[in-house]
Design a protein. Structure first.
Length: 215
């Protein structure tokens, strides 16, 4: 598969902290050119959140963008969305049985061993990180850094998404180190948050990744 060079993640914890409504953020990012959106929610997936996710799935279809659910293969199947799995989630082989052969599956890795082991998994793309220090996880894995990203890029022929601490200031170096796409959370959400500022921030990011992405 070919991933968009920018992989926005809608993190419900961050959005709640900034008082930024989830669906508003999703639509503003799509209006700004997002080609993929991941919904990341750590905790109970309530009925209300599922209904919001349904509406975001409809928005993504309208804007012809991919929609991905973090961790939850069951929710992804119900929504006709892709799923992104972590090392502690349902193994990709089992998730594939649940979601079927056509669903996009992404898989997080954090070191060389995990990246090598993923070669045998039925997945469509890999994420590697954290590339830099990050505040989006309570107990992040050790920092990968640009040199390891560059060295490990050759261990897989699947699309590779770099994640962790990526900002407008360092994205050029990350893409030049070999990442096909960059996952961004905090630096996509202005504070204060409103539809216009979100759209403009997304457009700024789109210009940056198009300038620096690898051929």
């Amino acid at each position: 598969m070919t991933l968009p060079p920018l992989y926005p993640i809608l993190d419900t914890q961050l959005l709640d902290r900034l008082r930024c409504p989830l669906e508003m953020a999703a639509e503003a990012m799509l209006r700004g050119g997002a080609g993929i959106l991941q919904l990341r929610h750590k905790g109970h997936f309530s009925r209300r959140l599922f209904e919001q996710a349904e509406r975001i799935a409809t928005l993504c279809a309208r804007y012809q963008a991919l929609f991905v659910i973090d961790d939850r293969a069951d929710i992804a199947r119900l929504l006709g969305a892709g799923v992104h799995l972590g090392q502690q989630d349902l193994p990709p082989r089992l998730a594939r049985r649940l979601v079927g052969p056509e669903t996009i599956i992404g898989f997080s890795t954090h070191n060389e061993g995990q990246l090598r082991a993923a070669a045998d998994e039925p997945i469509d793309y890999l994420a590697l990180g954290p590339v830099f220090e990050t505040s989006s996880k309570e107990k992040p894995d050790p920092v990968v850094g640009l040199e390891r990203l560059r060295a490990w890029r050759g261990l897989t022929d699947r699309p590779l998404v770099a994640i962790g601490g990526i900002t407008r200031a360092n994205v050029a170096a990350v893409l030049e180190a070999g990442a096909n796409s960059v996952a961004v959370i905090r630096d996509l959400v202005p504070d204060p948050c409103d539809p216009e500022s979100l759209r403009k921030r997304m457009e700024e990011w789109q210009r940056l990744v198009k300038t620096h992405r690898r051929a």
